[in-house]
Write a protein that binds this ligand. Sequence first.
Ligand SMILES: [Zn+2]
Length: 314
Amino acid sequence: MAYCFGVDVGGTSIKLGLFFDNGSLIDNWEIPTRKESQGENIIPDIRDAVENKMTEKEIIRSEVIGVGVDVPAPVLDEGIVKETANLNWGYKEVKKELEEALLIPVVVANDANAAALGEAWMGGGKGENNLIMITLGTGVGGGIISNGKLISGAHGFGGEIGHIHVKDGELCQCGCGRYGCLEQYASATGISRLANEHFKTWNKETKLSEKDLSARAVFDAYKMDDKLAAEIVDEFAGYLVKGMHDLEIIIDPAVFLIGGGVSKAGEVLVDVIEKKFRRNVLFTNENTKITLATLGNEAGIYGSAKLVIDEFGK
Ligand SMILES: [Zn+2]
């Protein structure tokens, strides 16, 4: 039996998984992301974490088929990232640097794409070849699997569905520099922004308070039949479903997976999205499933390991 590693590099921690090359997880753990000094410690830290685990488990280099790494940035061919604000990296040849440090083959991918691949392999979309993962976190991330392959695109920006245009006339600018992106309304931050707008003009009873208009507070109130929360959730879901209808035409997915911090609201979130989606669904997509992602924080390590198995496995 051979081994591989899946590594998910985030802004605060690096999650690592040791797998058999049939996909079963042997061990997983995490280390802090040391972002100081332009993040120069990150790659050596990954090297040390992998090597220490090999020593602990008495695994030799020739038994490891590869190391998959996902990062919070668009990834170009040859595992290069241009700039990664969350890690304080500038231009970085991630694949080359880590291969030279470890002397093991390395594959690099975008984090949201890796999460989609992980979910398609072992999570909520298990066995599906056409799948769209929507990650509703601080921002809105996404990953698209079409005919079993990740769509990463010419600039590594494929599947960044948070930047689908869903609203004309928006005056606030999105992080990408444009106006009216899905992320501005459907991320945790976006939902909170909608909540603030609605709260200002609301003059009836509500369980929400100005002190806490977080996405979580909105969904908690929504579950208690709060009318203001219902208005906010309705607007959020409207934008999200608008984006999903565009995606269904382009990708024709079998399943939409909803993940990220906002998805902790649970089935109530799927219900509200589902109802809106069905109201105007294309006839071919009547059976398209909408469901919660199931791997949570482990989706990235699974997806990164899958990339290795696809590329270097037997
Ligand atoms: Zn944008």
